[in-house]
Write a protein that binds this ligand. Structure first.
Ligand SMILES: [Zn+2]
Length: 100
């Protein structure tokens, strides 16, 4: 039934994207991965502004695309925010595990 569907890029959820933004920062991810992340960020600015990292991510994404290096201070700011987010989501998953 689904044989005629065009191949689609993998869909990531917001958390996965935020985790991969780390790799993006360090230019550790492949071009395909990069494109998927960038597409998600283009379509999903609510998730970024919710975390308060929209500006930082956009700066970095733009720099990456134009092959310029993101300034260390921007990376550093984003890194700190992301690790704060990570701690929060760890808390959430711990709570979820305990409830099982
Ligand atoms: Zn998102």
């Amino acid at each position: 039934m689904s044989a005629t569907e065009p191949p689609e890029k993998p869909q990531l959820d917001c958390r996965e994207v935020l985790e991969e933004v780390y790799l993006y920062l360090d230019a550790e991810c492949s071009d395909v991965r990069r494109e998927v992340i960038r597409d998600h960020l283009d379509e999903c600015s609510p998730c970024l502004s919710e975390y308060g990292i929209e500006q930082e991510v956009r700066t970095i994404v733009h720099r990456c695309c134009s092959q310029e290096k993101a300034p260390d201070e921007v990376k550093e700011r984003l890194r700190r925010k992301l690790s704060a987010i990570e701690q929060v989501s760890d808390l959430f998953s711990e709570t979820a595990e305990r409830e099982r």
